[in-house]
Design a protein around this ligand. Structure first.
Ligand SMILES: [Fe+2]
Length: 549
């Protein structure tokens, strides 16, 4: 086994366990005296299996082992970590979820910690694996984008690239093909502590731009520039094909897999030879890029009484200036059906924060308007340059989508779509600082934006003040005036920052407690020079008490 086992989709009766193997083979998962098996499938000379473990009792915690062709491969011998378990959901405890975004893959020694800070994910993994741990394990870790950086590569990744092609030729130090993506994922998930964590805590994921490239699908003109290069086609095909294999496959429930065009080929394969999906997946990836409406990367899960909707805010964009949208019509319709009350909390995972600091939000809406010609052609040229230069590409820069989703959230919060939940909470990453902000409302559910970014990719100190000025220093009144002068209608509600920003590498957690939704940001700290065994330290805690009726 090269990578994994990774605990992916889990509900109250089933679990999906993913792995990458060195050779073709039959992967068997054993727990509580029962076994489940899957044959590997191949993609560009890599081999993968997803084992569907079913018929489990709700609320159970079962240690499991993995064997390939009869040879035990997991747990690793003398790993020093506790047994990996399959922990099914059930009504036994309130939902606990961890989330965060942006994690570069560098070493965990002094050098890596000096340049990139302590990996917050790994610090939490070490705490959870420690014999005297008193912290409850999360039901799910939600990775909100930039799980891998395909454009900003580490030295280790560059060494791998250099060994196989001329790095002076495009795309240079950026990723070129599936083989390089496979290596990038192995760098991201193979450290022993993180590998153990990912084997035992379920994960859900969604891409952001760097999983493909900075500014991915920011505008039609951006896409034209990319299509004009020699290397973009290879990159987007490899990026999306590997995303399906490494990230998306495990996001799907068994029922969603049964309807998935690629999974159906795997499930239907019944021959002595391993199924090779290379050509099919490449074609599929190219089609997804050409026609985003042909496939859905978003997904929705009900974790007991909490609904989690994870929205693809990158691939499902409509870039035609006449119909520009962060999520296209099909995606908006899909989201609209799922934005419902009747849950304790409604969580919406979107890599890009839905509510940015208001000053920045107005600036983005102004930039969108002038880029589309509100102030004439020369201003449109400036608007487009500005958009790409300083990443003015969040929800505020796609007013059509911002308004549509704001309306859905408000209707849920007002109890117009079923019983109002205690909160409608957006979970996001991307911006490399963490914050909490809230919509100003006097009745109904609280509408909240929580951001946790980065897990391990801190902004350089000089950039922090720039970002803080960008985000918080922009005079809200001035940018609101600019937006109005470009004929952008006012937002449907007002919101303000509640806590933050803080710039530490963090993993956030969220727990549904009797006092309210408890959000907690934690970082890893090195003590006594022990770089490899950081401890976890609290950065901030916010409890969102339900509004008195
Ligand atoms: Fe990032």
């Amino acid at each position: 086994m090269i990578l994994g086992p990774m605990m992916r989709y889990v509900d109250d009766v089933s679990a999906s366990i993913w792995c990458e193997t060195r050779d073709a083979g039959r992967v068997v998962v054993t727990a509580a005296g029962r076994s489940w098996a899957a044959h590997t499938f191949a993609v560009h000379d890599h081999h993968y299996a997803l084992v569907h473990v079913d018929g489990l009792p709700p609320n159970s915690t079962l240690p499991y082992t993995v064997a390939i062709d009869g040879t035990p491969v997991w747990p690793a011998e003398r790993s020093g970590f506790p047994a990996s378990v399959i922990a099914t959901l059930g009504d036994g405890h309130p939902v606990r979820l961890s989330f965060g975004s942006c994690r570069t893959s560098v070493g965990h020694d002094e050098g890596g910690n000096r340049t990139h800070g302590v990996d917050a994910l790994r610090a939490c993994a070490l705490r959870l694996s420690s014999p005297d741990n008193e912290v409850q394990r999360p039901d799910l870790i939600l990775f909100l984008g930039d799980q891998v950086y395909a454009d900003l590569t580490t030295e280790e990744m560059q060494k791998f690239i250099r060994a196989r092609r001329d790095i002076t030729q495009p795309p240079g130090k950026e990723l070129a093909d599936y083989e390089e993506y496979a290596h990038l994922y192995s760098l991201a998930w193979s450290d022993a502590a993180n590998r153990w964590l990912l084997s035992t805590v379920p994960t859900a994921m969604i891409f952001d731009d760097h999983d493909i490239r900075d500014d991915w699908n920011t505008s039609q003109s951006w896409k034209r520039q990319m299509n004009a290069t020699t290397w973009w086609r290879g990159r987007i095909v490899a990026g999306l094909a590997s995303y399906w294999v490494y990230q998306h496959l495990g996001n799907m429930s068994p029922a969603e897999r049964a309807n998935d065009e690629i999974w159906r080929l795997i499930a239907a394969h019944d021959g002595p030879d391993e199924l090779d999906l290379s050509a099919v997946l490449d074609e599929f990836a190219e089609r997804c890029d050409r026609d985003p409406t042909s496939y859905r990367w978003s997904y929705c899960r009900d974790l007991n009484d909490v609904r989690l909707i994870v929205v693809d805010s990158r691939a499902a964009r409509e870039l035609d200036p006449a119909r520009r949208a962060l999520i296209d019509e099909q995606e908006t319709g899909w989201l609209n059906e799922r934005m419902r009350g009747g849950f304790r909390h409604l969580l919406i995972g979107t890599s890009l924060p839905f509510l940015l600091p208001p000053g920045l939000h107005h600036l983005e809406s102004w930039d969108e308007a002038i880029s589309e010609g509100a102030w004439g052609k020369p201003a449109a040229w400036v608007g487009e340059r500005l958009r790409q230069l300083v990443d003015l590409e969040h929800w505020g820069a796609f007013q059509r989508s911002f308004r549509a989703v704001a309306k859905m959230a408000t209707e849920v919060a007002d109890g117009q779509r079923g019983t109002a939940p205690a909160t409608v909470t957006f979970l996001s990453g991307d911006v490399h600082y963490s914050t909490v902000s809230e919509v100003e409302r006097t009745s109904g559910s609280r509408i909240v934006q929580a951001v946790c970014s980065p897990i391990r990719n801190p902004l350089p100190v000089a950039m922090r003040s720039f970002s803080a000025v960008m985000a918080y220093g922009i005079a809200t009144r001035l940018s609101a005036f600019l937006a109005r002068s470009a004929r952008v209608p006012s937002p449907p509600f007002r919101w303000a920052g509640m806590r933050g920003p803080w710039f530490d590498n963090c993993l956030a957690s969220l727990e549904d407690t009797p006092a309210g939704l408890r959000l907690c940001w934690e970082k890893g700290v090195v003590q006594g020079g022990d770089q490899l065994h950081p401890l976890v330290e609290n950065v901030a805690t916010v409890v969102l008490a339900p509004r008195a009726p």
